[in-house]
Design a protein around this ligand. Structure first.
Ligand SMILES: Cc1cc2nc3c(=O)[nH]c(=O)nc-3n(C[C@H](O)[C@H](O)[C@H](O)COP(=O)(O)O)c2cc1C
Length: 197
């Protein structure tokens, strides 16, 4: 599995920095990443990040273990179940993407890879971001959890006394890596650029 990528899907919920930190952390620890982002994700990115999405892609590309596919590219290799991956995280995961995955709507690359992970029984981690959650959101998330999908809300670990948003993001990234079985304990010995405290 060592050279197989983890798929990182970035959807249009708030929390672009979680996606950035997740990819940074994986790449800096030699874990190959195949990423895709929805058009809404790129809009949110523009609002929330100092670095443009294009600049981030260039930086990740320098790792030599990063690939990026357009969200409309349903012919991308990761779209097929025969292309083996270490699983997928959708971070952040919008309620629209949660609903689509729950309904088996494989009409973009994020949703298709998630569907493949479920059918191939690969690890699938969703980091849903919305508040408050309505009954539709909760029912969709519960239905996915029953299928074995890990629902990992980006909640702060209040008991660790986080002193900055970077602390919260670092904790979420560590939980993602644990859920994908890329590390076997918390706190992991992984680091990512962007952590400032
Ligand atoms: C700045 C901004 C922030 C948003 N934040 C959220 C959010 O936190 N959660 C959510 O479910 N949708 C959020 N949305 C709405 C989604 O982007 C929208 O539902 C979109 O259709 C999701 O598409 P996607 O799941 O294909 O990325 C936000 C939109 C914008 C423009």
């Amino acid at each position: 599995m060592g050279n197989k990528p983890v798929v990182v899907g970035i959807s249009g919920a708030s929390g672009s920095m979680m996606a950035s930190a997740t990819i940074d952390c994986m790449l800096s620890n030699g874990i190959p990443v195949a990423a895709t982002a929805s058009s809404a994700a790129r809009m949110v990115w523009k609002d929330e990040m100092d670095e443009s999405f294009g600049e981030s892609l260039e930086r990740w590309d320098d790792s030599g273990i990063f690939s990026y596919y357009a969200v409309g590219d349903l012919a991308a290799p990761i779209s097929s179940g025969t292309f083996v991956t270490r699983g997928m995280v959708v971070v952040p995961c919008s309620m629209g993407t949660v609903a689509a995955i729950d309904q088996g709507l494989a009409d973009n690359l994020i949703r298709r890879v998630a569907d493949v992970c479920i059918k191939e029984k690969r690890r699938l981690v969703l980091v849903p971001r919305e508040t408050p959650l309505n009954a539709i959101h909760l029912e969709n998330l519960a239905s996915l959890a029953r299928l074995g999908v890990t629902v990992l809300p980006p909640h702060p670990a209040f008991y660790l006394n986080p002193s900055s948003i970077n602390d919260v993001v670092e904790f979420v990234v560590q939980r993602i890596l644990l859920a994908l079985e890329l590390i076997d304990e918390l706190p992991g010995k992984l680091t990512y650029s962007g952590h400032s405290s």
